[in-house]
Ligand binder design. Structure first.
Ligand code: DX5
Ligand code: ZN
Length: 218
């Protein structure tokens, strides 16, 4: 069977009670922090200080998703803030290979995120360096959007690409994931599931995490 990691996104948490909110997701594998700069995506959210605060409040490893222009310049701030995994967008990076090296030198795991319209082929030259690939299954910017069905075929193309290179990075899917579609997403090759509204919109967060993990347990 496959082991699936669940990464609740604090984008859908009650941000003024963030410490209490983190305490409700104790069984999560990662805490997904959506950094948005109001330019790469229309929305504006958190910066390095929130990553630092999450590290101080919780022992869950941080999965920092940078939806920002010019990650080349900003990545150092997130490493200094204690990010355990730093994920930047291919579409925004100038020198992806250099950013990956910087992340590794900073002692974190490195990941590249692809928008729904970006083909997986752009990863050919860099896939062997990556600890994770994030496939966006919605257009980035907001929580609570509908899962884009073509993500399933794209996951399979990513798995093929990884197989050809003989590597098996974590494969994360982000956007519109819930217990309803977790099985399909995992069957197509994902093993890290981001869930914002499906976890923080539920009255019992631990139950929500467990039901997503169980649904993805093939
Ligand atoms: C979207 C963010 C996602 C978002 C997911 O731009 O990158 O991480 O928080 O939220 P849900 O799970 O509600 O689609
Ligand atoms: Zn995200």
């Amino acid at each position: 069977h496959r082991t699936v990691k669940v990464a609740p996104s604090i984008l859908s948490a009650d941000i003024l009670r963030l410490g209490d909110e983190l305490a409700t997701i104790g069984t999560a594998d990662l805490v997904h922090i959506d950094v948005m700069d109001g330019s790469f995506v229309p929305n504006l959210t958190f910066g390095p200080n929130v990553v630092r605060a999450c590290k101080a409040a919780s022992s869950i490893p941080t999965d920092v998703h940078l939806m920002i222009e010019n990650p080349d310049e900003a990545v150092g701030l997130y490493l200094k803030a204690g990010a355990d995994l730093v994920c930047f967008h291919w579409e925004a990076a100038r020198h992806a290979h250099r950013i990956v090296s910087q992340i590794h030198e900073g002692g974190a795991r490195a990941a590249v995120a692809l928008n729904p319209g970006t083909p997986v082929g752009c990863l050919e030259a860099i896939i062997e360096e990556l600890d994770m690939v994030l496939l966006m299954s919605v257009d980035p910017g907001f929580g609570g959007q509908r899962f884009i069905p073509s993500t399933i075929d794209k996951l399979q193309r990513l798995v093929d690409l990884c197989d050809r290179h003989g590597v098996s990075p974590w494969i994360e899917v982000d956007g519109g994931v819930s217990a309803t579609n977790a099985a399909e997403v995992v069957a197509a090759g994902a093993n890290v599931l981001v869930a914002g509204s499906a976890v923080f919109g539920a009255p019992d967060r631990e139950a929500a995490i467990t039901s997503i993990r169980k649904a993805g347990h093939l």
